[in-house]
Design a binder for this molecule. Sequence first.
Ligand SMILES: [Zn+2]
Length: 266
Amino acid sequence: MPGWTDAHNHLQDPRLGDPAPVIAAMRAAGVTRCVANATCEADWPAVEALALAHPDFVFPAFGIHPWHAHTITDAWFDRLSKLLEKHPHATLGECGLDQWISSPPLAVQLPVFIAQLRLARETQRPLTIHCLKAWNALFDAFAEAPPPPTLLLHSFNGSIEIARRLVPLGAYFSFSGHFLHPRKAAVLEVFRKLPHDRILLETDAPDMLPPGPIISNPLPDSLNHPANLPAIGHALAAALGIPPEQLATLTRDNATRCFGLTSTPP
Ligand SMILES: [Zn+2]
């Protein structure tokens, strides 16, 4: 069985506790690498420390999540630019637009997102996007600031029509275990129609908990352990009607391409 790549998690999140045993459990479950996404300036040092301690396993993404757009300091953009310069394999994320929440409002999220779009384009770094109920605003932002060559729409829950507009822009789409809940069947239907070479797999741990039967590594307080990834992969493979080995290879190779990684683990 090839190893699984977690295209999007928050390994630095203090709710997961000491990362060493978490990473050991991920490896034991068959995960061979992950992209750890920062969400605000305060967690950039923790993501950086993880990437430095586990260079073959943790690939860092630095950015400002739309929920934290109101927390930026005057120095944020300068700090972000310097971090990217320091880490040539780092990508930009998690950033994006969210109209499911009302605070901070879109007007506060937008300039922070556009600045990150511009930086990603300028530095040619892949960009991980969180977009909830804000598709028109996203396409407007792309018109103002063209995106970099590859994008990841993480936990993608848009329609197939939206996906078809995003594919020519270099978009990839990651599936999270939360979408295995029966009430999310429409999302699964969209993933059945997506081009196979654009599908990635993620946990978004410690959030986006999959349904009970899929959970291989339970945690208290409904937290999602990133070692649940292979079980999520097996469930998605069954839903797509392909062998799990095929999905593991596909999502591993797609992640290598999407994130511009130089090597692929077995
Ligand atoms: Zn996330």
